[in-house]
Design a protein around this ligand. Structure first.
Ligand SMILES: [Zn+2]
Ligand SMILES: [Zn+2]
Ligand SMILES: [Zn+2]
Length: 409
């Protein structure tokens, strides 16, 4: 890897202070955009990552410590796509089980920041891990908190940057700190060099030995002397040197990268449990019956409106099964039946199934029968999948529409 660290997951880049030139800012942004583009292509086969566009409005200096949630650019479809990814499933599954509470970045000279728990689910690929974290934040699955600001080279974005001090006169790094001493007894003030004789301290004027600091002598301060031009200064100039590309720069051109810690958002956790954990056994059953399954799936109705179902299962153009899941602590009333029917009326599938966890009220069941909606009542999604298997066992071969009686198993 000749390419130095790329702070991808964390890109709140602030190139310098307001005085920084527009040209250097633009250069930095272009390089940044190139980095991100190439990184995206590297991992495209592991996690489906649409091109990340560089959004100017995100380039700002931030110093807040509060938790942020992504407000824009998040669509449910993007999240659903991510939930289908195996790496994402592993990662979010660990959040759901409580094995991970927060992703805390660890500083890394070549990578700027690393997220070890995420690396585990992308075959140890550090760059893909940061891409994935950024993606999960972009679509609103993660919320984040400011963790650290890392100084990076404005030229190559490496975090392997030194802090040096140079002579303000000739910019040489070859400077020495000189300490000024005062002999308390006689009042002589001179550089410590002139007191040092064979490892001991002796007053250059009265030749007395100085033993105890603070009693025999005082340290009055320090200055810096340049070994190249000989000039003295109180305060050498701080500069940064990039150890990766050699670029020398000051605070005015420094790149800053904000690094964040991440947690799963409560809404996303619910959505993930529902669309992935709950639906997985149901989806597997549908696939066992040779359906092509989308979870959730969208179908355009005759009205032109798009309707979303928890699962849409199809076999060619002949069979279309739509399925919704309703879970509640209590008995489920008619409302979800009515709203499912409203969608079905527009879409006209061959079969409509409502999975009710744990059960429907008697009135709701009657309504479902009236609307020709098959009902599966189950204690959990695993049991629902079993009952769904039986349901297709009864109806699958005949292809006939079933009645509600078929489901009183
Ligand atoms: Zn100098
Ligand atoms: Zn003296
Ligand atoms: Zn550099």
């Amino acid at each position: 890897m000749s390419r130095p660290g790329i702070p991808v997951g964390v890109l709140e880049l602030a190139f310098g202070l307001p005085g920084a030139s527009a040209i250097s800012l633009q250069n930095g942004l272009n390089r940044l955009a190139n980095h991100m583009r190439s990184d995206t292509s590297n991992v495209a086969n592991k996690v489906q990552l649409p091109n990340i566009h560089l959004n100017m409005s995100r380039l700002r200096i931030t110093s807040g410590t509060s938790e942020e949630s992504r407000a824009t650019g998040m669509t449910s479809k993007d999240r659903i796509t991510l939930y289908q990814d195996q790496g994402v499933q592993l990662l979010l599954g660990r959040f759901v089980k409580g094995e991970i509470v927060e992703l805390v970045p660890s500083f890394d000279l070549s990578q700027t920041a690393r997220y070890p728990e995420v690396e585990e689910v992308v075959d140890g690929d550090t760059t893909a891990a940061k891409q994935l974290v950024e993606r999960l934040w972009d679509v609103g699955i993660f919320k984040r908190k400011f963790h650290e600001k890392i100084l990076v080279c404005p030229s190559c974005l490496s975090a392997n940057v030194s802090n040096d001090y140079v002579c303000p006169n000739c910019n040489s790094i070859d400077i020495e700190r000189k300490t000024l001493l005062e002999h308390t007894a006689c009042g002589t003030i001179d550089s410590v060099d002139n007191f040092l004789i064979e490892g001991g301290l002796y007053c250059p004027k009265c030749n007395k030995e100085l033993i105890e600091a603070g009693v025999d002598y005082q340290k009055l301060g320090a200055w810096f002397q340049c070994s190249q031009c000989g000039k003295r200064s109180d305060l050498p100039s701080p500069i940064h040197r990039c150890r990766s590309c050699g670029h020398i720069f000051t605070i005015k051109d420094t790149g800053f990268v904000n690094v964040y810690s991440y947690r799963i958002s409560a809404d996303a956790e619910e959505e993930f449990k529902r669309t992935f954990l709950v639906m997985r056994p149901i989806g597997a059953t549908l696939e066992d019956f040779q359906y092509k399954v989308e979870m959730p799936g969208q179908i355009a109705g005759r009205s032109g409106a798009l309707h979303r179902f928890d699962a849409v299962a199809s076999k060619g153009s002949l069979e279309l099964v739509v399925l919704d899941v309703v879970a509640s602590e209590r008995e489920i009333e008619e409302t979800p039946i009515a709203s499912l029917y409203a969608k079905v009326f527009d879409v006209s599938p061959t079969q409509t199934i409502l999975v009710a966890i744990p059960r429907l009220s008697e009135k709701a069941k009657k309504l479902a029968a009236l609307y020709r909606i098959s009902v599966i009542e189950a204690n959990d999604s695993q049991q629902a999948a079993e009952l769904l298997k039986e349901h297709f066992g009864w109806t699958g071969l005949s292809g006939n529409e079933e009645s509600i009686d078929d489901l009183q198993l």
